[in-house]
Design a protein. Structure first.
Length: 216
């Protein structure tokens, strides 16, 4: 009997994907019904009209069940993220944020540069004070990060900020800072601004080299 066949399938199959997915189970049952109908000679595969009518009626019924399950499952699956507190809508992009490195050394002041320059800082007194602090703290190792204001080409600003960081490194070494205290000097272009206003004063604050503590 077909009912017996379905019961055996349910009892004997240990695949959790089949027992938990009604569509998969119904499809498997449909395939079993058709296979069982065609196993022995003289059954519907050989043209027994009554058995064919009986099996096809069951197939039609099972097809309706599969269709109903296929329609209802997506609604259940879509409800899962909401039940877990996950938003169903994509997040909106946030406004630009100021960057402040948590490893920034507050005792060392930023070294500013004039527009489109890298060969020397515009604040020699600040550079000398930073050099003295580093010599007084020989165990502190730093990374130099060069930056640029938001105007101009991205690639150009990356090169410009890199050269600013290299300039400060060489100046510090010339003033007596141990070379091994400076782990590396790199440029970030306009990627990490510390001011977002479109003013000369704000752009000036972004044309800088700052100090970050090197973590071993």
């Amino acid at each position: 009997m077909l009912v017996g066949t379905l019961s055996e399938v349910t009892a004997g199959n240990s695949d959790s994907r089949m027992t938990h997915n009604p569509v998969t189970f119904a499809s498997f049952a449909l395939r079993e019904a058709i296979d069982n109908a065609c196993v022995s000679p003289g059954r519907i595969c050989e043209g027994d009209g009554m058995k064919l009518t009986s099996v096809m009626s069951f197939v039609s019924f099972l097809s309706i069940v599969i269709l109903a399950l296929a329609i209802s499952l997506p609604a259940q699956l879509n409800a899962a993220p909401q039940a877990q507190g996950q938003p169903l809508t994509s997040p909106t992009p946030s406004a630009p944020q100021l960057w402040r490195d948590p490893d920034r050394i507050e005792e060392l002041k930023d070294l500013l540069f004039d527009f489109d320059t890298y060969d020397s800082t515009s604040e020699q007194a600040v550079l000398e004070a930073d050099a003295r602090w580093l010599k007084d703290h020989p165990n502190v190792r730093v990374k130099l990060a060069g930056h640029a204001d938001p105007r101009g080409d991205i690639a150009y600003n990356l090169v410009l900020s890199q050269r600013r960081a290299e300039t400060i490194k060489q100046e510090l070494i010339r003033m007596g800072v141990a070379e091994n205290q400076i782990v590396f000097a790199t440029g970030w272009g306009k990627l990490y601004p510390n001011c977002l206003e479109s003013t000369d004063e704000c752009w000036k604050q972004n044309r800088r080299v700052d100090f970050v503590r090197a973590i071993d």
